[in-house]
Design a protein around this ligand. Sequence first.
Ligand code: HEC
Ligand code: HEC
Ligand code: HEC
Length: 430
Amino acid sequence: MKRILITVCALGVVAAISAACFFFWPASIEAVQATHAQPTGSALVAKGEYLTKAADCAACHTAPGGQPFAGGRAFKLPFGTIYSTNITPDRKTGIGQWSDAEFVRALHRGIGRNGEDLYPAFPYTSYALLSTDDVLAIRAYLSTVRPVSLRNTDNTLVFPFNQRYVLRAWKLLFVPTRPWEPSAAHDAAWNRGSYLAEALAHCGECHTPRNRMFALKSGRKYAGAVVDGWKAYNITSDSETGIGAWSDAEIEQYLSLGHAPGRGSAGGGMGEAIDLSLRHLSSEDIAALTRYLRTIPAQRSELAARVVHDPGTLNGAKAWSPGADHDESAGFQVFASACVSCHGWDGNGQQTDSAGLRGSRSVNDPAGTNVVRAVLEGIKIGSLGGHNTMPPFAGAYSDEEIAAVSNYVIGHFSGRRGNVTAAAVRASRN
Ligand code: HEC
Ligand code: HEC
Ligand code: HEC
């Protein structure tokens, strides 16, 4: 309650400053021009297609089961729901009539065509760092996708959050005012990785915790946060609570395929980012990202979720036999009937490595946050030929059964005691 009050007060202050800004901050528009280095024709479109994937515009601008880039995906916030918009070149309902300058202004400053302030659910706090050439290339590519006639869904935010000008002071405080710049202290690969992570692939939007004003905590860069009910883990160089102990090859494999043996698999927003974005990146770009991640200063996070690689509970376990860790609990039974055919008792994955649970952070987290999400919603990295698919079990089992199987999975694959309760599963369902 206290937290909510402080948040409301903080936002009240922001609203007051915003109202003041409102009168003397016109949504000016600057002419834009590409540099001489910008390609033209089909080379420009190809460049734009690659960047659009790296920036993962499709993830948010495509509704579940909807047409690519036609918008309508819902973003539920504590104070209402925001919908992404149609960014296909349809002239009436999409952005077909936008000028290049308007498009650049939207990505760099979070301003809509009519000068309205856009909500930061659209991660322009990261895209503000993109070079103008890259934004124009993205525009050139988006102009070639199939136009879809689909009206934008109205947001349902409560007062005062439905007053867009409230965002002005927030933007003044938290949106970078100039594009990303290379650091002379580092080589070209590191700089490419930094640009990819910070500007294009916006890793921090999920992996950096936010303060009460919904801004990223710069002092806790990549230290881990919760997104859509999933934990986006600590990806700093801390060896116990981050990914400092992963080899380069493991990080590269995880980012490009969604799985690294002995490290676990990507579900939730990470599975989606890999499916639609990261797996399309060149091996040079994946190596550059890895290079950059290695240099993120270590931050400690949840010590309770340290990974145990060879828990005693796996002693003697084989693909088809649980070994000594055999009981008749409800969780064991659900695992035996619904899970073992894909996962195996030894945690190495049956049929496919991707289903290997050994060493995964998720099964080492006593809170079981991501285990519960994975069981409820399943995982679909669709484009990898069906090997990375787990069906959803939300409708198949009760909260009690899902809590039981989650605790069994944590116990068996990490040797720890899971704390998942039926109430936690119910909360995760909502
Ligand atoms: C994390 C989700 C997310 C990602 C990624 C994302 N957007 Fe958006 N975008 C949104 C949401 C939500 C809105 C609506 C914001 C609002 O109503 O204030 C939006 C709005 C926009 C708008 C304003 C459209 C209008 O009609 O006013 C443009 C243009 C846009 N996005 C382009 C892009 C491009 C290009 C990319 C990739 C470089 C991208 N977006 C990536 C969520 C996202
Ligand atoms: C849309 C949100 C989102 C974005 C964007 C995102 N991640 Fe993630 N990431 C997650 C989530 C959620 C998990 C946990 C996945 C799971 O357990 O299945 C995760 C897991 C990871 C892991 C595994 C960590 C571990 O200990 O198992 C790595 C490495 C990682 N992300 C790196 C990145 C990098 C690098 C980027 C940017 C290129 C990125 N992520 C962008 C949400 C995101
Ligand atoms: C049809 C095969 C299949 C079945 C059945 C299945 N899984 Fe999975 N599961 C997978 C695959 C494949 C992955 C890895 C997906 C990826 O590559 O990201 C996975 C991932 C997971 C993860 C890791 C989640 C994460 O994001 O870190 C957990 C935990 C898990 N499964 C638990 C279960 C449980 C518990 C059951 C039974 C209720 C179950 N699975 C049933 C195939 C399956």
